[in-house]
Design a protein around this ligand. Structure first.
Ligand SMILES: Cc1cc2nc3c(=O)[nH]c(=O)nc-3n(C[C@H](O)[C@H](O)[C@H](O)COP(=O)(O)O)c2cc1C
Length: 368
């Protein structure tokens, strides 16, 4: 059975041979390919009942059936947004896609740290390029909010121009666009988070959005490795533009929580459980600086409790990826059930009632 352990909410598909344990024994990238193939073949579990109404929420004017999204990097080429929506994600972010196809870094480039439930990747934006993703997405009704995450080709002479091309190309097919300047695996990319470069990028990208037929919300995805002083600068710049929201965070280049464990010294970005405390603290610190600008909280969510904590730290909606490798896809269902139970316990009528209720504690490092 693929994606074992699903609740009665989900129809159990009769697929033998691809248990979570079997996937965990495979080379990580082969296991990922097998999962995408299974989803493409329609072998994914499907949610059979609609989400309870209290899970509905809004993000940048978009209506989400629930606040839990699939983070970028799982479906880099927009092969399976519909199956992911049918599984019950409220939002699906495809990409990162770059204008031209590119191979990414040599393999191996994806590593598990099972002892810590962490992942290190240095994929390097391997993807089939704008044309392939656009062909799959045009005229597609996904059934969840669709984010298109755009990036720059490694050998591009003008990173900003690549983002502008991405926004222009996908404005009509995406519900929102993510400008991803926080991958550690494209040399120089993260420099776009700094002052003048960020100003120039946002001006160009938002001008391109203004020229498009549809006013698509644009979000900026940030790294957790930013100091508070850098967050000050980013908040000041962002608030002076028409940017619609932020995503905190991408993977970290730090290794503190996994020091000494096998694969911890691999070059790349660390994600999963060991990223949770850092990404959540940075999210809260960002929330303190940007008022009520929408923020998507990502990084290390691995349980209903950590999903709730991410919202409490200041997220309006959340995304996850790495924990699905260890926890299986039933984690989505467990998180949604946990959210509903918490809302009912606390007498709240919607998830927005949780957002930002513990920002100060998270920002000060008292939690996590
Ligand atoms: C294998 C892998 C590939 C990723 N690729 C991308 C990507 O192409 N673009 C992006 O914005 N984030 C990418 N990410 C980062 C995730 O979207 C997410 O921000 C990060 O992993 C933290 O969330 P998590 O701890 O729930 O995985 C990738 C993560 C992993 C593990």
């Amino acid at each position: 059975m693929i994606f074992s352990g699903l609740s009665p909410l989900l129809r159990l598909p009769l697929v033998s041979g691809l248990t979570r344990d079997a996937l965990l024994r495979m080379d990580p990238e082969i296991a990922h390919g097998a999962t995408i193939s299974a989803l493409r073949l329609g072998l994914a579990p499907e949610q059979t009942e609609p989400d309870p109404p209290e899970l509905a929420t809004a993000l940048c004017g978009l209506e989400l059936k629930n606040p839990v999204g699939m983070a970028a990097g799982f479906d880099k080429n927009a092969e399976v947004p519909q199956p992911l929506a049918r599984m019950g994600f409220g939002m699906v972010e495809i990409g990162t896609i770059t204008p031209r196809p590119q191979e990414g870094n040599p393999r191996p480039r994806l590593f598990r740290i099972p002892e810590a439930e962490g992942v290190v990747n240095r994929m390097g934006f391997n993807n089939e390029g704008h044309d392939a993703a656009f062909a799959r997405l045009k005229n597609l009704h996904v059934g969840a909010v669709l984010g298109v995450n755009v990036g720059a080709n490694k050998d591009s002479e003008d990173f900003v121009a690549d983002y502008v091309t991405g926004v222009t190309r996908f404005a009509d097919v995406a519900d929102y666009i993510t400008v991803n300047i926080s991958s550690p695996n494209t040399p120089g990319l993260r420099n776009l988070q700094a002052d003048e470069a960020l100003q120039r990028l946002l001006a160009a990208v938002l001008e391109a959005r203004g020229r498009a037929r549809t006013r698509v919300p644009v979000l900026l995805k940030l790294a957790p490795d930013l100091e508070e002083r850098q967050l000050d600068d980013i908040a000041r710049i962002v608030l002076g533009t028409g940017l619609d929201g932020l995503i905190m965070s991408n993977t970290t280049i730090s290794r503190d929580p996994v020091l000494g464990l096998p694969n911890a010294t691999e070059t790349g970005g660390l994600s999963g459980k060991p990223l949770f405390a850092l990404a959540t603290r940075r999210l809260a610190q960002l929330r303190q600086r940007v008022g009520d600008l929408p923020i998507v909280g990502v990084g290390g969510i691995h349980s209903p409790e950590t999903a709730i904590a991410k919202l409490e730290a200041g997220a309006d909606a959340i995304q996850l990826y790495s924990a699905l490798v260890f926890g299986g896809l039933d984690l989505l269902d467990r998180i949604k059930r946990g959210l509903v139970a918490t809302l009912r316990n606390r007498g709240l009528s919607s998830v927005s009632g949780l957002s930002g209720t513990r920002t100060e504690d998270w920002a000060a490092g008292r939690l996590g």
